[in-house]
Design a protein around this ligand. Structure first.
Ligand code: NOJ
Length: 564
């Protein structure tokens, strides 16, 4: 049976930044509810909502203290119910961000577990006793420092946290934890949500804690083989998902496999006894990137490196993802999310800004796969420029900025604003009113007004916004939603050419991801209909010429499918 999510086009909403309805500077569920018609107008059919559970907000909701309630900043359960209902009336599906690897340290389970080793909830978390109070091993946390935090009342005992120290990891080896998380998820499935984005699920199994990760470095190091993609991840996941599918066989499971390569993504989406594990995977490895040299500073401060698209490696990467997932599911197609800098900041060509963004979107979203659009991307929104070290809300980054001599700080703030996740989480700019229509209050993240708003983009027929609408209309057609996919080998670096085919219909998508004119010849397509172009495209003799960052999409009824 065909599942609804085979045609999913997902719009990611970071709720605290989308629309504030009660003017406290933080976006909320009522704000989102008020903007559902806008989301619908984009031609998407699914919303991925970043976490809205009750949370101390140490990590903007990824630190959950109560899974059964909505955080008061975001509204009430009644608003959540109304949101789900209205979304469904508009044929929009809702995916909830489901945090299952860890809780907040304020969660009652952890608070109880901290009280005594005899707590009934002690085994819900991961502890290690050390004879002399030294750190149990050298494993590093993704948020800096060690994964181990000393228990204040028990100096010889540490608890495990892969992310912030206020986010202790749950012990999935404990069947009670697995059952408890199934109950939480069942509660939300019962509320009518259509799917879950499984946060950090690849980390739910850990290796033997009594070992160091082999390294020459001193101090904590990122030790993925010790806490990522271990075999028990699949075991725990299968049980969790099987239980949920019993109550909703159509539930869409989008797994966040941050470090998953195509082979792992295939493993996590393979079907087993008739039921899939995840239905799709998002990974940080979805696009090939290369590092850009950092600015030179007088101080010896090691700046993180910005990245850009490695267009030379792109064809291989596309083929690897498409091929690996051909038997199980579809790839996910995206550029940005709340953990990454914005697409326009990283990938746009400044000289050909608008058309480069349209061309990149075409290249990515017309492939076989599920597009995921990060809110504001449809406007061409850039990362905001943050003016203070603390604005990054990230200890490692503020410490680094503080080490830079004052004279060089403005340049460093600007540089880091272009590659950090927090400046990509700014308030959605709706119109020219105060705070760009997001709120009457200063938004939680103070930024300069964005140079583009929804209202301005609506009024411009050539805007990226209106282009996205046309692109998604096309994407919803069966040919682009479910048709076969084939990348054609071309000699010109940066020219991506692929074909889609369904029944008697086929399409050729050509995108020039370079700032040079490129030429392409394919006699099978000379009489095809032009579906649309971006930039300047000409046909002379038998060759197509695509000016910098131009796109050509052709369709024809006769199938010209290259020989296998
Ligand atoms: C992945 C989320 O996308 C990220 O924002 C969060 O910090 C970590 N998981 C921890 O939950």
């Amino acid at each position: 049976m065909k599942q609804w999510y085979e045609n999913a086009i997902i719009y990611q909403v970071y709720p605290r930044s989308f629309q504030d309805s009660d003017n406290d500077g933080l976006g909320d569920l009522q704000g989102l509810l008020d903007r559902l018609d806008y989301i619908k107008s984009l031609g998407v059919n699914t919303i991925w909502l970043n976490p809205v559970f009750t949370s101390p907000q140490v990590d903007n909701g990824y630190d959950v203290s109560n899974y059964f309630t909505v955080d008061p900043h975001f509204g009430t359960m009644a608003t959540m119910d109304a949101l789900i209902q209205r979304a469904h009336e508009l044929d929009l599906h809702i995916l909830l961000d489901f945090v299952l690897n860890h809780t907040s340290d304020q969660h009652p389970w952890f608070q109880d577990a901290l009280k005594s080793p005899k707590s009934l909830f002690r085994d819900y978390y991961i502890w290690q006793d050390t004879p002399n109070g030294q750190v149990p091993n050298n494993w590093g946390s993704f948020f800096g420092g060690s994964v181990w935090e000393q228990v204040p009342t028990e100096p010889n005992t540490y608890y495990f946290h892969l992310f912030d120290k206020h986010m202790p990891d749950l012990n999935w080896a404990n069947p009670e934890v697995r059952q408890a998380m199934i109950e939480v998820a069942k509660y939300w499935v019962g509320k009518g949500i259509d799917g879950l984005r499984l946060d950090a699920f690849i980390h739910i199994a850990k290796a033997d804690l009594g070992q160091n990760f082999p390294t020459d470095q001193t101090g904590p190091v990122i030790a993925e083989p010790m806490y990522a993609n271990l075999p028990n991840v699949v075991t725990y996941l299968q049980e969790f998902i099987d239980e949920l599918r019993k109550i909703n066989p159509d539930l869409f499971i989008l797994g966040e496999g941050a470090s998953a390569d195509p082979a792992l993504a295939a493993l996590y989406t393979r079907t087993n006894r008739g039921s899939a594990l995840c239905d799709a995977i998002v990974s940080f490895r979805n696009l090939p990137k290369q590092a850009v040299p950092a600015p030179k500073l007088t101080a010896t401060v090691k700046l993180p490196l910005a990245e850009q698209l490695d267009t030379a490696a792109l064809p291989t990467s596309i083929v690897q993802w498409q091929t690996a997932l051909a038997q199980t599911t579809q790839p996910t197609l995206y550029f940005s999310n709340h953990d990454l800098p914005r697409m326009a900041t990283v990938y746009a060509d400044r000289k050909f800004e608008t058309r480069s963004l349209k061309t990149l979107a075409t290249m990515q979203y017309l492939q076989r796969g599920i597009p995921i659009i990060y809110y504001g991307e449809e406007l061409g929104l850039h990362n905001a420029e943050l003016a203070r070290a603390t604005a990054f809300q990230d200890q490692m980054t503020s410490t680094l900025i503080d080490q830079v001599p004052e004279a060089e700080r403005p340049a460093v703030l600007q540089y880091l604003s272009g590659l950090h996740k927090t400046p990509a989480r700014q308030a959605m700019p709706w119109d020219d009113s105060a705070h760009q229509g997001f709120s009457e209050h200063e938004p939680w993240l103070r930024t300069q007004p964005a140079p583009i708003t929804v209202a301005a983009a609506e009024a411009d027929p050539d805007s990226i916004l209106n282009f996205y609408r046309k692109l998604f209309q096309l994407k919803q057609q069966p040919l682009f939603a479910t048709g076969k996919f084939r990348l054609l080998l071309v000699k010109t670096a940066g020219l991506i050419v692929y074909q889609r085919q369904l029944g008697q219909k086929s399409a050729l998508v050509l995108t020039n991801l370079t700032s040079e004119t490129v030429t392409y010849q394919n006699d099978d397509w000379l009489n095809a209909d032009i579906t649309f172009t971006v930039g300047q495209v000409t046909l002379d003799e038998n060759s197509w010429h695509l000016a910098p960052w131009s796109t050509l999409v052709l369709q024809q009824d006769q199938v010209a499918w290259p020989a296998e």
